[in-house]
Design a protein around this ligand. Structure first.
Ligand code: OFO
Length: 164
């Protein structure tokens, strides 16, 4: 049984994924003019991944006979003090998304909606991967520093991660 409560919360998640996609897109565009090709490609690519997360939810809700409603998503224009700050913001964002996914999993159990519980397992795996990826990038920044040479190496390494 696809409960109304679950449907409402999954729709909120669609809008969060849309916000994630916009955020990565904004950040990609933000760094593009600074010559960080690797970081830029990584962020553009990730924006597409977030769109795919959104799409997966939309199709699931429709498959279950639900009704999808879209909210207006607004990303604030932000000036980042550094590349490290940008990735810190991303890690905070992904951690926020993870806590929302955990909430959805808990709700699916409370509502005894095991189809949704099963569907959400993919998102759990994805969040583990994403948090760890952004954390690895932040560790790298810590290790190699943020002077010109360090950022050059970071950009090159992210290009490698992106092309894997
Ligand atoms: Fe970043 O995984 Fe979806 O939101």
């Amino acid at each position: 049984m696809f409960s109304e409560k679950i449907q409402i919360e999954l729709i909120k998640q669609i809008n969060r994924e849309s916000e994630s996609s916009q955020l990565y897109l904004y950040m990609a565009s933000y760094v593009e003019s600074s010559g960080f090709e690797g970081i830029c490609e990584f962020l553009y690519d990730h924006s597409n991944e977030e769109r795919m997360h959104m799409l997966k939810l939309i199709r699931y809700i429709n498959q279950r006979g639900g009704n999808v409603i879209f909210n207006k998503v607004c990303i604030k224009n932000t000036i980042y003090g550094s590349i490290k700050e940008l990735f810190k913001k991303l890690l905070d964002h992904e951690r926020k998304i993870s806590s929302k996914i955990n909430f959805l999993v808990e709700l699916s159990l409370q509502e005894k909606d095991y189809f949704t519980y099963n569907f959400l397992q993919w998102y759990i795996e994805e969040q583990i991967e994403e948090e760890s990826l952004i954390k690895t990038i932040l560790d790298k920044i810590e290790l190699i520093g943020e002077d010109k040479g360090g950022l050059y190496l970071l950009d090159r390494d992210i290009r490698k991660i992106h092309n894997k």
